[in-house]
Design a protein around this ligand. Structure first.
Ligand SMILES: [Fe+2]
Length: 94
């Protein structure tokens, strides 16, 4: 598989995972609204998976010579890292 094809395949998988995570989060929120700590721990796990995915995708973009895409992916990576840090702070206070 070429570098660009691997990158595009990875990006598609990331988008599918993000959508799946959002649906699962909403479903769990509806199903067990009292287990806030459990939901946050699960959300933190998903954020960490997203961070790893975007980190790998940014490296693939660089290898494929897609520098603009790499920078965009790194911006998303910063946002996802911020989400994970926010959740960690909330969990520490529980
Ligand atoms: Fe996030």
């Amino acid at each position: 598989m070429s570098e660009k094809k691997a990158l595009i395949t990875g990006l598609n998988e990331d988008l599918a995972n993000e959508l799946g995570a959002s649906i699962l989060y909403l479903y769990q929120q509806h199903k067990s609204p009292k287990d806030v700590k459990g939901m946050l721990k699960y959300d933190l796990k998903l954020e960490r998976e997203a961070i790893e995915g975007y980190r790998q995708r940014a490296m693939q973009a660089e290898e494929a010579g897609e520098i603009g895409l790499k920078i965009k992916l790194e911006e998303i990576l910063v946002e996802e890292t911020g989400h994970a840090e926010q959740i960690e702070r909330i969990l520490k206070g529980m």
